[in-house]
Ligand binder design. Structure first.
Ligand SMILES: Cc1ncc(C[n+]2csc(CCOP(=O)(O)OP(=O)(O)O)c2C)c(N)n1
Ligand SMILES: [Mg+2]
Length: 474
């Protein structure tokens, strides 16, 4: 340890070991569910066995008080972090089993745990997505000015995403209070890090990537929670004092395969062998990683240092086993969400706003947030109209570009939503505005429905005159 970061005391070391045990036991229970309770977990789970020391050492560096706590963003390999941050393991297991009592009401599942009250902002199945999100959270923290730091966890594979470079650049430029923890487990599903990373291929640590962004970079043995704690604590201290971000490469080895196999119906979901063995035939590598398992390593260290005696270590393991057994029982006994809850928390903009909302998402989120009732009514009314359009010949005709939900007569075959010329030939062919087919009876809600907020009334398309689409307001 260094002058800045004091050595954790015995109590803290025992706490670290306990948290490591909790993560391992939780992951073992998830894995065992596939065989002991087939069909209970649907979809994908990614385990963090082997990463316990890295997770606990990193999170031990965070502030829980005084003031608002620090925040964490992680990937789909996410079960360990909320456990350490204090989330209820019963609710976590129930979430993974898709139950109503789950941490996110059963909506998220294994890859989407979130517990914002404890600073666990969320996770994502999109590789690299959390990096810009954590950077945004750090920007928000900087604006709030309450001294919060964001810890951003991601894998070696994710560091090849463009979002990584963009986020680290702006974080360094604006001195954002964020620490990037790159968990290098040497694999990106079935690709070894040397096959996909230029630094790794050149024999360099991945922390050299920090140089490109003029921020400190450090590589640490992720199998030792105390070393990780020291490295991340120094980085957190720097971030909190306004010194900006740090890239910490934590070298770990995942002990399970990338994720469970999603099998065709009839074949149970299961965890295959680790890719080192299954794909590369590197049995020795895998055995060496098993030998260096961070859990027995930490136990031996604590027993040797007199922090725990062997009985106390066993008792701790037994109590953790009981805790996670109870979590499985709780989750199995929990109800599934009611079917009609499926659409809760689902938001959609009216059909013809979707093109706009892609271009100006903030604006439209603001609008729909400000006038939720208005937009719901709008959406429902328009969607019945849009549904009838979809079934018309005109709307199914191939076209180069069209605003979603807008009459084909306004956009057919054009690359811009605002037609510039009149095509008499198209009119006479009966496919454009002014054709008999376009003069269909107006449906209720067409012009009498809710208006564009603040405009008072609809205007009509100025070309051709028979088209009543309210272009001019757009
Ligand atoms: C944008 C994107 N590309 C590809 C995938 C498929 N995918 C899922 S996990 C993964 C590997 C990521 O490796 P790494 O970042 O090292 O994390 P690890 O799984 O090793 O923890 C890939 C490629 C994805 N989910 N998202
Ligand atoms: Mg990896």
């Amino acid at each position: 340890m260094n002058d800045v970061v004091p050595e954790p005391d015995a109590e803290r070391l025992a706490w670290m070991y306990r948290q490591m045990l909790r993560i391992r036991e939780f992951e073992e229970r998830v894995k065992a569910t596939f065989t002991e309770h087939p069909g209970v977990i649907r979809g994908h789970t990614h385990l963090a066995d082997g990463a316990e020391a890295s997770i606990v050492g990193s999170l031990a560096a965070l502030r829980t008080s005084p003031g608002p706590g620090d925040q964490v963003m992680a990937t789909y390999r996410c079960h360990g972090y909320p456990l350490v941050l204090g989330s209820d393991p019963n609710a976590m297991m129930a979430e993974i089993y898709g139950r109503a009592t789950g941490l996110c009401g059963g909506y998220g599942g294994s890859m989407h745990l979130a517990d914002p009250e404890r600073g666990f902002l969320g996770t994502s199945g999109i590789v690299g997505q959390g990096i810009p999100q954590a950077t945004g959270a750090a920007y928000a923290a900087q604006i709030r000015g309450q001294g919060q730091v964001v810890l951003c966890f991601f894998g070696d594979g994710a560091s090849k995403q463009g979002a990584f470079a963009e986020a680290l650049n702006v974080a360094s430029l604006w001195k954002l209070p964020v620490v990037y923890v790159l968990e290098n487990n040497s694999y990106n599903v079935v690709t070894r890090v040397e096959q996909e990373d230029a630094n790794a291929a050149a024999g360099e640590p991945l922390s050299v990537k920090a140089r490109a962004f003029s921020m400190p970079g450090v590589t640490v043995d992720g199998g030792d929670p105390v070393l990780v704690y020291a490295a991340v604590s120094a980085a957190v201290g720097l971030a909190r004092s306004g010194g900006g971000p740090t890239l910490v490469e934590s070298k770990i080895y995942r002990l399970s395969a990338h994720g469970n196999i999603i099998a065709p119906p009839g074949v149970p979901l299961h965890f295959p062998e680790h890719e080192a063995v299954a794909v590369f035939g590197a049995v020795d590598e895998y055995q060496a990683a098993r030998q260096a398992d961070p859990l027995p390593r930490m136990r031996s260290r604590l027993v040797a240092a007199g922090v725990l005696d062997a009985e106390a270590a066993d008792a701790m393991a037994a109590s953790v086993t009981a805790e996670m057994t109870a979590a499985v029982e709780f989750a199995l006994a929990s109800p599934y969400p009611a079917p009609d809850a499926a659409l809760r928390h689902v938001y959609a903009l009216p059909r013809y706003f979707r093109g706009f909302s892609g271009a100006f998402p903030g604006l439209f989120r603001g609008f729909s947030g400000a006038f939720p009732g208005l937009f719901r009514g709008f959406s429902e009314r328009r969607s019945s109209w849009a549904g009838s359009l979809r079934t018309s010949r005109r709307s199914t005709r191939p076209s180069a570009w069209r605003w979603p939900g807008i009459p084909a007569c306004c956009t057919s075959g054009r690359t811009s939503p605002r037609p510039r010329t009149t095509s008499s030939s198209r009119r006479s062919a009966g496919t454009g505005c002014g054709s008999p087919r376009s003069r269909r009876p107006r449906r209720s809600g067409w012009r009498s429905g809710p208006r564009w907020p603040g405009t008072g009334r609809w205007s009509s398309c100025t070309w051709p005159s028979s088209c009543s689409w309210p272009w001019t307001r757009w």
